[in-house]
Each structure stands twice: as C-alpha cells, then as structure tokens.
Write a protein that binds this ligand. Structure first.
Ligand code: PLP
Length: 357
C-alpha cells in the first residue's frame, strides 16, 4: 500500500468556479491564471477543466511548455514575459503571448526585429511597484511596439496591490491606469480575484482570475463557499498511531506542547516534507470522522500529532482531513500565519494527487 497522504482535486469545482467568475464579470473575457502548477492543484488535472477560459496565464516559460506538452492549444500569456533573448524563440514556437513590463524586454524584441507573439500586453505600474512601465514609459513602449511586423494587437495590463483590502488605493490605481492608457487603443486587463469580487469598475475587457478558480477566497473576512465558490482541493492523510499521554508529559520535537491532563494523541502521516507547514501552531484544526481536532506539538517532516481525547471512536487507519471539505483552507492558513494561496501551492512531490468526480 502506498502511504495514504493524498490530495483530491475536484475538477467539477473548477468548472463551477470558472462559471462563477463569468457571471461576476459577464462582459469580460477570462484569463485563467494557472501559474505554480495551477496554484498547486496540478496543471494536468486542472487545465482540461478550463477549456472555457479565453486565455491561460502562467509565470514562466516552463509552465507554458508543460501546458503545451499536455496537448493543449489554448492561448497562453506569460505574465512576466521573458528575461533572456534566447527565450524569444520558444515564445514563438509555443505560440505564447508576451507581457512586456521593462525596457530590457523592449530592447530584446527590437533587436529581434519582429514580434515573436501575435499579441503583446504592455504592463503599466499603477502603484504596485513591482513590474510595469510608468505612464510616460508605457506610451513610449506603445510607440516602439506598435510598428512591429507579426503583431496583431497591443493590450494593456496592470496589477492591484490590495484589491481585497484597500478600496481607496485600488481606486487610485484605476485612475492611474486610465490616465496612462485611455488615449490609446487596445483591450484592458486589470482585475485579479479580489477585484473581480469587489471592484466591478475594474473588470474592463479581460479579468485575470487566479485563486477564485480554485474555490478559495482572497478576502480576509470570507471563505470561498460564502462567495458561492467550491473549494477544489482536499488534503487527506490517515492516523498511523493512537497513544495515551499522561498529564505533565510533552509531545514531539522541542517539547512545544505539554499535556495538562491525560490525553489520547493521534499521529497523522503528514508533515512539512509533504507541505504541511512547520509554522502551524498548537490548536490548528484537522478533521477526524467529521470532528475537529487540534494540532498538539511541533509539525515533524513526516508526521503531526493531534488531540483525539474527544473522539473515542477514532482508530488507526482512519482518514484525516487537513483542509478542504468541511475545513476551509482559509481558516487553516491563519494557524500558520499565512494565506491560503501559500498552503495550496506548497504540497511536495511526495504527495499523491487524485481527481474526485
Ligand atoms: C497571480 C496573479 C494573478 C492572480 O491573482 P489572484 O489573486 O490569484 O486572482 C493575476 N495577475 C497577476 C499579474 C498575477 O501574478
């Protein structure tokens, strides 16, 4: 028997979430963000469920290549473009769409003498201060790119810094964007998940949906199911031991947890070697037989320990849910002082993936 530590991916949930995004932004075309192996949900399982997306978006050339290897010929946008002139050949060969955000990339394309992609997205920095041209440099980029042979369309893109939490800064970013691009032709793309949910004015011609497609909420005070989404990932393992621990005895590395009364402690076959964060605090919830149990003691590489004192029926071999199903990943992430994006992205190669449904 292989070790029973596995991720279940619900591809129907992905289709449902994609339809939700469509109904939230009915006028806009949809760019489905599948970077980082579909936010840890795996490209091979998820991309076939996204056939309805107008474009896919990835961070790296390797991710785009992996999609092509699956035999998928949907359009793909490289959200950061490429950094090396040698990569422009692959852009052409794999039929990718480039984002251009930096002078360095403009120079590279100019030295090639034609556009390696039929559509280029010019990225404008409107306040995120990560990637993108200033207003003046964006106009210059437009002028330099628009004459290139092989180019059918130039489009505009920008990224929000706090669409899920700071509406007034987001409004400022939209103003900056409009000031930079409204005099130019070209389709516009601004909204990430937070903006799709909360800033209709940002929907424009294209929305860029990431985390919502996986059924997870980007908003601090809401979970995916409260937004009508269906979480696509469930992480599951099993109890490999159940032990009695006496009052005053400590559990695990560093003796972080000490029992203050007699306890029944379950050992679950998952640890930071599988992607369950070592930062997880005592009290983090897991589900055993539908009941919430608390993490007790440090997360090891291969195991965690949980309090089973109130689950007398628990047996070795019982399944344990780490997140997903009735246990929202948004809530679990808080116990590791992180965001659900990071939890879903960090499962390691040791974990088996399956599709449910
Ligand atoms: C990751 C990413 C997105 C998607 O963000 P979500 O919050 O997951 O919707 C959109 N645009 C860019 C540029 C990104 O890097």
């Amino acid at each position: 028997m292989p070790r029973n530590t596995q991720v279940w991916i619900d591809t129907q949930a992905i289709q449902h979430n994609l339809a939700c995004v469509r109904s939230l932004a009915p006028e806009a075309k949809l760019m489905a963000v599948v970077k980082a192996d579909a936010y840890g949900h795996r490209l091979d399982l998820c991309v076939p469920a996204m056939a309805d997306a107008d474009l896919l978006a990835v961070a790296t050339l390797e991710e785009a290549r992996a999609i092509r290897r699956l035999g998928i010929d949907q359009g793909i946008v490289l959200l950061e473009g490429v950094s090396h002139i040698n990569d422009l050949g692959a852009v052409e060969e794999l039929d990718l769409e480039l984002v251009v955000h930096h002078e360095h990339q403009l120079t590279m394309i100019e030295s090639l003498g034609y556009s390696p992609s039929h559509r280029i997205w010019i990225k404008v920095d409107t306040g995120m201060h990560r990637l993108g041209f200033s207003r003046v440099a964006a106009a210059d980029a437009f002028a330099r790119l628009s004459g290139l042979t092989g180019l059918d369309a130039l489009c505009w893109l920008s990224h929000f810094a706090a669409s899920e939490s700071d509406p007034s800064f987001t409004a400022e970013q939209i103003q900056q964007f409009d000031a930079a691009v409204s005099d130019f032709p070209g389709e516009q793309c601004l909204a990430n998940s937070g903006a799709i949910l909360t800033v209709p004015d940002s929907h424009r011609d294209w929305v860029r949906a990431g985390i919502v497609l996986y059924g997870v909420s980007p908003l601090k005070d809401k979970i995916g199911t409260e937004l009508g989404l269906v979480p696509a990932m469930r992480v599951e393992s099993e109890l490999i031991a159940i032990n009695d621990v006496e009052a005053g005895e400590s559990i695990g590395y560093g003796r972080r947890f000490t029992a203050d009364q007699q306890m029944k402690v379950g050992v679950v076959a998952i640890g930071y070697g599988d992607g369950y964060p070592r930062a997880m605090r005592d009290g983090a919830p897991v589900l055993v037989a539908g009941q919430r149990c608390a993490l007790v003691g440090r997360v090891s590489m291969d195991m965690i320990t949980i309090d089973l004192s109130h689950v007398p029926e628990a047996r070795v071999g019982d399944s344990v849910t780490l997140w997903g199903g009735a246990l929202p990943v948004e809530e679990v992430a808080q116990w590791a002082d992180t965001i659900p994006y990071e939890l879903v992205c960090r499962m390691t190669r040791r974990v088996r993936y399956n599709t449910s449904l």
